[in-house]
Design a protein around this ligand. Structure first.
Ligand SMILES: *[C@@H]1O[C@H](CO)[C@@H](O)[C@H](O)[C@H]1NC(C)=O
Ligand SMILES: *[C@@H]1O[C@H](CO)[C@@H](O)[C@H](O)[C@H]1NC(C)=O
Ligand SMILES: *[C@@H]1O[C@H](CO)[C@@H](O)[C@H](O)[C@H]1NC(C)=O
Ligand SMILES: *[C@@H]1O[C@H](CO)[C@@H](O)[C@H](O)[C@H]1NC(C)=O
Ligand SMILES: *[C@@H]1O[C@H](CO)[C@@H](O)[C@H](O)[C@H]1NC(C)=O
Ligand SMILES: *[C@@H]1O[C@H](CO)[C@@H](O)[C@H](O)[C@H]1NC(C)=O
Length: 462
């Protein structure tokens, strides 16, 4: 075991030991529960980020879009929260295995008698209709925003997409929103395999990093221990509605939150969401923050190198623009479709989450909810990271990031030409900031060395 990984484990164990005394919080906005479902949240922009108006006296020159697929069905598997696990729970609710106490007149489960289950194991992993619509809509919105980089171009747009079906289908809906159905003739799709055959892989990340594959993340143990504690209150409370002698398990509560999330993903509403209080939602939401932080975020020592390949590729395109070795006649809108886990990975490499590190990992119990990586906020269904590059009146180039269409408050590389902190950074200050210098200049090398990966199997523009 490397000393790096050993120190991570020690830090986790210390944090676990001190965990039980931390408080549970709540969230302020009790109206929109479906914004508090971690990576299964409805698409929304982070409220406290900056507006996305184009800066005055600047001209947009280049855009990088890193886009997650839209709302989907649960992933395959039989665990609680997976398609098979949820369907078995649905069966138990409808076949009488779980019995509600009918003498409680305001039983919170009264809706179950007329409820029709819609989560089916056979649809595991597939995009939902709402997901298709979200992608089409985002394609239209970004066509309108980036028209100048799209119209009257006589090259075919290269579209890079992780090869899993729901990601590919998302890319198709998105491009058809952006270009109309003639997208089929105006694009070349580059499919990036989600296994080691791609070698250096910037879109399905850890699936391609051999050493990451061998690394046993502490994530599942941390999340499991957390959920047992965090879901105890709703487990007890909801068990009161069952006949004497029956009790829900922690897994049952996981399945009920999952039904809330996936029924909403498929049809835009779910009675299961009404079973839980805002405090309980917040406790559930944090389990996603733990999962992402320890698996594909700043608590995991492998995240930096895995995300750095994308950061390096993107920086190369920015430098070509700045160096004048690319022109407006070349593709200047880069399109990449991937998974939630890979977006947080890239964001980690770009220095988004400095408050958490492998040696100072996220508290494995509830904290004050002031950590920077809030999964619901960064990677809801349809989540995206957009990087915009401008040339401004002072003849300098500036960079900024949009997270789900609002401007990320970059603070590590100075201000834009306005002189105030508006998320813009001058390009050299951006690239040379301690927060991302290694990733943007050496990310591909680091990926090769750290992951034990060969030369890329194909050329992709990111
Ligand atoms: C009810 O459904 C569960 C889960 O599919 C199954 O294990 C159980 O045997 C079923 N019970 C009855 C009475 O059909
Ligand atoms: C794509 O190009 C082919 C060949 O020129 C043409 O027949 C077809 O109508 C085009 N499809 C769309 C949707 O524009
Ligand atoms: C990871 O954990 C699994 C299950 O506990 C174990 O079988 C495997 O050997 C471990 N791998 C490494 C590289 O430690
Ligand atoms: C239903 O709940 C009431 C009130 O808590 C309790 O007295 C009764 O025993 C319960 N009935 C069954 C069938 O469990
Ligand atoms: C851009 O120019 C700098 C300085 O001349 C050079 O070091 C760098 O390799 C160039 N990068 C690209 C991607 O063109
Ligand atoms: C979160 O708040 C706690 C309590 O005020 C504080 O100790 C901690 O440093 C804060 N963490 C971050 C990342 O701001």
């Amino acid at each position: 075991m490397s000393s790096f990984v050993r120190s991570l484990l020690v830090a986790c164990l210390v944090a676990l030991a001190s965990a039980s005394t931390l408080p549970f919080g709540s969230y302020d906005n009790t109206d929109i529960k479906t914004y508090h479902l971690g990576s299964l949240s409805d698409y929304h922009s982070p409220e406290n980020f900056l507006d996305n108006d184009f800066p005055e006296s600047c001209e947009l020159k280049q855009v990088h879009i890193l886009q997650r697929h839209g709302s989907r069905n649960p992933t395959a598997g039989t665990k609680a929260g997976s398609a098979g696990g949820i369907q078995a729970f649905e069966n138990r609710l409808t076949n009488g295995t779980i019995s509600f106490n009918s003498s409680i007149s305001d039983n919170a489960f009264n809706f179950v008698s007329s409820w029709e289950p819609i989560i089916l194991e056979k649809n595991a992993d597939l995009l939902s209709d709402r997901g298709r619509y979200q992608m089409f809509d985002l394609g239209v919105q970004n066509y309108l925003r980036y028209t100048d980089l799209i119209n009257d171009k006589d090259f075919k747009f290269q579209v890079n997409t992780a090869a899993q079906d729901r990601v590919v289908e998302s890319a198709e809906w998105y491009m058809s929103g952006m270009l109309g159905r003639s997208y089929v003739n105006e694009t070349t799709f580059q499919y990036v395999p989600e296994d080691s055959s791609a070698s250096i892989n910037t879109l399905s990340g850890n699936d391609d990093c051999k050493n990451y594959e061998n690394y046993n993340s502490t994530s599942s143990a941390v999340v499991k221990a957390y959920l047992k504690k965090a879901l105890e209150a709703p487990r007890k409370r909801l068990s009161e509605y069952l006949v004497d002698g029956q009790e829900f398990t922690t897994d049952d509560v996981v399945n009920m939150f999952s039904l809330c999330a996936y029924e909403n993903a498929l049809q835009g509403e779910s009675d299961f969401c009404d079973l839980f209080t805002p405090t309980e939602f917040r406790a559930w939401e944090y389990s996603y923050d733990l999962k992402f932080s320890y698996e594909n975020g700043p608590s995991n020592p492998w995240t930096q190198p895995v995300g750095a390949a994308f950061a390096n590729n993107m920086a190369n395109q920015i430098l070509k623009l700045v160096n004048g070795t690319t022109s407006e006649d070349d593709q200047q809108i880069f399109l990449a479709f991937t998974h939630d886990s890979h977006i947080t990975t890239v964001e980690t490499s770009l220095g988004f989450f400095p408050d958490t590190t492998p040696s100072k990992p996220l508290a494995p119990s509830f904290n004050y909810y002031n950590q920077s990586l809030k999964t619901s906020q960064y990677v809801p269904f349809g989540g995206n990271l957009i990087t915009e590059v401008f040339k401004c009146d002072d003849d300098k180039f500036y960079v900024r990031h949009l997270v789900n269409q609002r401007t990320f408050p970059l603070t590590d590389c100075g201000n834009g030409p306005s002189g105030v902190s508006d998320g813009l950074c001058e390009v050299n200050a951006y690239l040379n900031s301690d927060a991302r210098r290694d990733a943007v200049f050496h990310g591909i090398e680091t990926y090769k060395e750290t992951c034990g990966t060969d030369e890329p199997a194909f050329e992709a523009m990111y």
